[in-house]
Every structure is written in C-alpha cells, then in structure tokens.
Design a protein around this ligand. Structure first.
Ligand SMILES: *[C@@H]1O[C@H](CO)[C@@H](O)[C@H](O)[C@H]1NC(C)=O
Ligand SMILES: *[C@@H]1O[C@H](CO)[C@@H](O)[C@H](O)[C@H]1NC(C)=O
Ligand SMILES: *[C@@H]1O[C@H](CO)[C@@H](O)[C@H](O)[C@H]1NC(C)=O
Ligand SMILES: *[C@@H]1O[C@H](CO)[C@@H](O)[C@H](O)[C@H]1NC(C)=O
Ligand SMILES: *[C@@H]1O[C@H](CO)[C@@H](O)[C@H](O)[C@H]1NC(C)=O
Ligand SMILES: *[C@@H]1O[C@H](CO)[C@@H](O)[C@H](O)[C@H]1NC(C)=O
Ligand SMILES: *[C@@H]1O[C@H](CO)[C@@H](O)[C@H](O)[C@H]1NC(C)=O
Length: 442
C-alpha cells in the first residue's frame, strides 16, 4: 500500500507545479509573441524614434488633384501615367524581353514626378503610423504641392499657382498640433524640384509658386527631389525609378542579376541634347559618346522614345560599367537613379548633381561609388572622360559597383504596404524623427 500512496504524492506535486509555475509562464510567453491587438498599440521598441501622424487633409489638396486628366496637369502632357497603381504607373511589361518574370513584376513605368503619391501611400500603411495625434512625434502633411502647381507653371497666372498652397496653409493653421511647435515637427513630400516653389526668390521673379517662400513653411521639413543647397529644411530624396520590390527576396534577386550582367560597354550616355541652351553640355556628351563607338553606348532620347519604353534605358545602363550624368535643365536628373539601380557606376560633372543633394541616401565617400570629372575640363577636351575611366582596374570598378549595389535599397521606393527591408521612405522617416528629437532635446 505504501508505494501507490508515494506515487500519488509525487503526482500531486507534479500537478501542483504545473498549475503554479508552468501555466503562468505559458500565459506570459503567449502574450509576448502575439501581435498587438490593434494598429494603435505598436510596441514602443518597434518605433524607438517615435511615431508619425498623417493629417486627414480635405481632398482638394490631394485626391481631387488625381481626378484631373493629363492636359489638366501639364500642358505638354509630361505627367500622363502618373496616377495608375497609386503612383507606380502601369506595369513595365516591355521588360519581359530582358529580365526574368519574377523580377519583372516589380518594375513599373513610374513617372519621375510621382513622389507625392508614393510617400502618401507608404506613410498611411507604415508600422510607425499612429492615428492618435497626441501620441505622435512627427506630423505628415499629405499635400500634393507638385501636382497642384504643375499645369500653372507655364501660364502667367501666379494667383492660380498659389491658390491651393494658400488654402492649405490656412487650413493647417487651424490645427491644434500645428500651433504647438509652429510646424517644426511637421514634414511633407514634394514631387518637383525646389525651384518650382520659390517664385519670390527667383531672379526673374516669375517662375513657380511661392509655396516655399511662405513664412509658415519655414520650419517644415520637405522631402524633395532637388533641394536648395542653403536650406536645411529641404531634404533631397531620390527621384522615383520604376523598381518597386515588395520583398527583400526580390530585392536580392535583382542585386544578383545586376551583379552578374554582362557589361560590354565601358560607358553610356542616355539623354537628349538641349540645342536651345547656350553651351549645351548634354549635346556635347551625346556627340562625344556617339563618336566613341568602341567604348560608349549613346542613346539619343530626342530620337529614341526613352519615356515610354524602359527597355532602351535599362539595357544601356545594365550593359555599361559607367554612366555619364551631367546637369541638365537643373542640377539633378532622374537618370542618376535609373543608372544606379541598374548597377552602373555614375560619372558626375557637377557636385550639385548628387553629392550635395542626397546626403541621407548616398554613401558619404563620393569616390567609393562614383567618378567625378570637372565639367570645365570636359568642355575643353571631352576625350578626358575615357582617359579617366580607362585608368580604373577591373577590381576597382567591381568595388565601386558593389557599393552601388549595396545602395540600391536606400534609393528605391518599395512595394505596396508593409515591406520587409528599409527603403528610401524608411530612411526619410527615421531621419525626420531623429531630427525632431534632437531639436527638442537640444
Ligand atoms: C481634360 O482636359 C481638357 C483640356 O484641359 C478639358 O477640356 C477636359 O474637360 C478634361 N476632361 C476631363 C474628363 O476632365
Ligand atoms: C504672359 O505675359 C506676357 C507679357 O505680359 C505675354 O507676352 C505672354 O503671352 C503671356 N503668356 C501667357 C501664356 O499667357
Ligand atoms: C512661427 O513661425 C512664424 C514664421 O517663421 C513666425 O512668424 C512666428 O513668430 C512663429 N511663432 C512662434 C510661436 O514661434
Ligand atoms: C558578353 O558580351 C560580349 C559582347 O556582346 C560577348 O562577346 C561575350 O561573349 C559576352 N560574355 C558572356 C559571358 O556572356
Ligand atoms: C564627333 O565627330 C564629329 C564628326 O567627326 C565632330 O564634328 C565632332 O566634333 C565630334 N564630337 C566631339 C565631342 O568630339
Ligand atoms: C566636388 O567633388 C569632388 C569629389 O568629391 C571634390 O574633389 C571637389 O573638391 C568638389 N568640388 C567642389 C567645388 O566642391
Ligand atoms: C579650357 O580652355 C580655356 C581656353 O582655351 C582655358 O583658358 C582654360 O583654362 C581651360 N580650362 C581647363 C579646366 O582646362
């Protein structure tokens, strides 16, 4: 009789320990691994720099602008194709010819001015977004300033150019969160270059809207595709390219594809001459590149249709070790990013084209990923370009290309919704949250 009692005793101890130790431990660990029950209660350590609140602006400041048609947006129809797929544009099906279908699905005919739409969509679905303004560190103003001014840039009607900006500022000033820090914890994204919004500082006093001259905008951070060098509230962000991968896996496949591509030309130039501008540098490069048939691949966009067929551009960048990136109508070009996404090493002729623009996104050491040739030297003797490029060994070129490939995620706008790698928007958001925190503490 002794032994059954003895067993019962230990059995009771066993049950006791389960009840008092194991069950609570189980409950605690299940609670830990289960996802937050509501989107408003993101764990604080997931967003250590704070969260972002997106204003619910009246739709005249964003969505209504999308109801317009091409000629409503721009008299020369450059902005056609900006709207489909929330700013991604139509799928670039033409690329089937040059890349595997699993990667091709991440490529779109994205318009270079689509930034405002891309930002808006990503912020709304960002894991650090909060719907409660009182728990936010940063405030996003989803105003489509570039789309608002587009059509009116080529008319004389300055009142019309400023109309929506004025209304939007008036609306903003009624908001409680705006008044607290006078806008210094606010940011917006602008899809056109900064010179389209600084009419009052324009030497001719005529170009653009006055949006960025408005005193209320003074403290607001603006993510913009080309910044004013002296204004630290302008933060240069990459022009949108057509590559929008959804997963880190697709991104890796693309990086490997680019790394292994057979680059049969030393360099390439893709662009159109500007015959009406004095000292046409693009025209000079095009002429020079066309003459150097053995080493340069020339794509004249005045003849080829670079805007509607991505294959032409991408094939030249993929097939060349280097790409020439002059300044054009302004200091910057979308082509810089098309080139780098394709793993080609950019050659710059002005520091304002990239080094002084995109500090948050490009590597700090220019020579680690690019080549600099002074434009004045090229004007005198364009063959200096080939001389400079020939000096690099295969190994040196490979190292620069690795740096370019490593930079790709930072200069692209990822797929819809949540993505599992850090892209340009994550870097922008981290940066602005960090800026607000330091200014608050400093
Ligand atoms: C498209 O633009 C043209 C020219 O501005 C305009 O006449 C027309 O009404 C617009 N159509 C729509 C559907 O908005
Ligand atoms: C703008 O104004 C100038 C002179 O004031 C005039 O010559 C020109 O035609 C106008 N342009 C447009 C697009 O209205
Ligand atoms: C807010 O900024 C505006 C524009 O710079 C300035 O005129 C105003 O004095 C500022 N107000 C406060 C409370 O800082
Ligand atoms: C790379 O391209 C060149 C020129 O088109 C060709 O001669 C060479 O065979 C190619 N190499 C590979 C590995 O495909
Ligand atoms: C290219 O060749 C043409 C014809 O020989 C010549 O006129 C032109 O100056 C050359 N371009 C450059 C940039 O050297
Ligand atoms: C432009 O950038 C190059 C490369 O970093 C540098 O060597 C040069 O000093 C810069 N020039 C100016 C005017 O800043
Ligand atoms: C270019 O040529 C002009 C006149 O021939 C000369 O004055 C200038 O110093 C040259 N510039 C460079 C950078 O070589």
């Amino acid at each position: 009789m002794k032994s059954p009692n003895f067993i019962n005793f230990w059995y009771a101890c066993f049950l006791f320990s389960i009840a008092f130790f194991l069950i609570p431990i189980l409950i605690i660990s299940v609670a830990r691994i289960s996802p937050p029950s509501s989107p408003y209660t993101t764990a604080a350590d997931e967003c250590p720099l704070g969260r972002v609140y997106s204003y619910n602006l009246p739709s005249i400041f964003n969505h209504d602008l999308l109801l317009r048609n091409c000629s409503d947006l721009h008299p020369f129809n450059w902005q056609c194709g900006i709207f489909p797929n929330h700013g991604f544009g139509h799928p670039a099906t033409e690329l089937r010819r040059i890349m595997p279908e699993n990667i091709r699905k991440s490529w779109f005919r994205t318009n270079q001015f689509a930034l405002e739409l891309l930002f808006h969509r990503r912020i709304l679905r960002h894991r650090c977004r909060t719907r409660r303004p009182e728990s936010a560190t940063a405030f996003y103003i989803p105003f489509y300033a570039g789309l608002a001014v587009g059509k009116h840039l080529w008319t004389n009607d300055t009142v019309e150019r400023d109309r929506l900006c004025d209304q939007m500022i008036r609306w903003l000033k009624t908001q409680k969160q705006w008044k607290k820090y006078n806008g210094s914890d606010h940011f917006t994204a602008i899809g056109r270059i900064t010179w389209d919004f600084r009419r009052l500082a324009d030497p001719d006093g005529n170009w653009g809207s006055a949006f960025l001259n408005m005193p209320e905008m003074e403290h607001v951070t603006r993510f913009i595709i080309e910044k004013a060098p002296w204004d630290n509230r302008d933060v240069g962000v990459p022009y949108p390219t057509g590559f929008h991968p959804q997963t880190g896996q697709t991104l890796k496949s693309w990086q490997q594809y680019v790394r292994e591509y057979n680059r049969s030309s030393l360099f390439t130039f893709v662009g159109a001459p500007r015959p009406n501008t004095g000292g046409d540098f693009r025209g000079l490069l095009l002429s020079y590149c066309s003459n150097e048939t053995a080493s340069c691949r020339a794509i004249d966009c005045a003849a080829a249709n670079c805007a509607s067929d991505y294959t032409v551009i991408l094939e030249s960048f993929l097939g060349s070790e280097f790409c020439l990136q002059p300044a054009g109508d302004s200091s910057t070009r979308r082509s810089v990013f098309d080139c780098m996404v394709a793993g080609s090493v950019p050659v710059f002729f002005w520091n304002t084209t990239a080094y002084d623009q995109y500090e948050w996104f490009l590597p700090g050491e220019p020579e680690s990923y690019s080549v600099y040739v002074n434009h004045e030297e090229v004007r005198n003797r364009s063959y200096v370009i080939e001389q400079v490029l020939m000096r690099y060994s295969k190994e040196e070129i490979r190292e620069k290309r690795e740096k370019v490939i490593e930079t790709i995620p930072k200069i692209i706008y990822g797929g819809r919704g949540l993505i599992d790698f850090k892209d340009a928007i994550d870097i922008a958001l981290d940066g602005v949250l960090h800026r607000i925190k330091t200014e608050r503490e400093g």
